[in-house]
Design a protein around this ligand. Structure first.
Ligand code: DX5
Ligand code: ZN
Length: 222
């Protein structure tokens, strides 16, 4: 399996000091920066857009930016995020009219496409898309807010996606998002995740480096 990556979610960062917060988690060993985009339409919350992504790049952020789009429509905003320096762009199948077209659009703009699954979204959406994806994101909370409790059925879903990825023979990242903590990350890794989003567990902790280290230790024990 791929090297485990930890992706702190800026949703739980101090937005008044966003550049410093991203520098701090990067110095603490973050592999990528998870960037939650919410529109108060597809999800009941409103966050940040391409301008903030670009501002982070201009601030000097070098780590790949893992854009998680929780917006409808999706296609309009994809080129803007690509221009703003996104690495991965992940979207929800329910939020776009033409899933395959959106995947192609992300790829055409030089980014890596990901598909996100809400807790009640069936994995059948992978049937004709996995061969074109670089990342599958399993939501272990309903999207919209940080600090929610992990929904255990996500573990079984991770196992099923891991099997599908293995069968495909392709390198596809398997990311978990929502309620990830030092206490449950080992079980999540065992279920097949290799990319771990954590917002409140990292930004809510007093020592980012210590938390990232503890997470890595747990993942290694799986
Ligand atoms: C929720 C977001 C998550 C969120 C996770 O809709 O997609 O990335 O920031 O936050 P925690 O880790 O606090 O559950
Ligand atoms: Zn997210």
């Amino acid at each position: 399996m791929a090297t485990p990556w930890i992706a702190p979610s800026i949703l739980s960062a101090d937005f008044a000091r966003l550049g410093e917060e991203v520098d701090a988690v990067t110095a603490a060993g973050a592999d990528l920066i998870h960037f939650d985009v919410m529109d108060n339409h597809y999800v009941p919350n409103l966050t940040v857009g391409p301008m903030v992504c670009e501002a982070l790049r201009k601030h000097g952020v070098k780590a790949p930016i893992d854009v998680h789009l929780m917006v409808r429509p999706v296609d309009r905003i994809v080129p803007d995020f690509a221009a703003a320096g996104a690495g991965y762009i992940t979207f929800h199948p329910e939020a776009t009219e033409h899933i395959d077209r959106t995947i192609e659009l992300i790829r055409e703009h030089g980014c890596r496409p990901g598909l996100a699954f809400n807790p009640a979204t069936p994995l059948e959406y992978l049937d004709y898309t996995l061969e074109k994806l670089d990342l599958v994101l399993i939501m272990s909370v309903n999207p919209g807010f940080g600090g929610q409790r992990f929904i255990p059925s996500a573990l079984c879903k991770l196992e099923q996606v891991r099997q599908r990825i293995q069968a495909s023979g392709r390198e596809v990242r398997l990311e978990i998002d929502g309620g990830v903590k030092v206490e449950n990350i080992q079980a999540i890794a065992r279920a097949g995740a290799d990319t771990f989003v954590a917002g409140s567990a990292i930004f809510g902790s007093p020592d980012y480096a210590a938390t990232l280290r503890a997470m890595r230790e747990q993942i290694a024990l799986k």
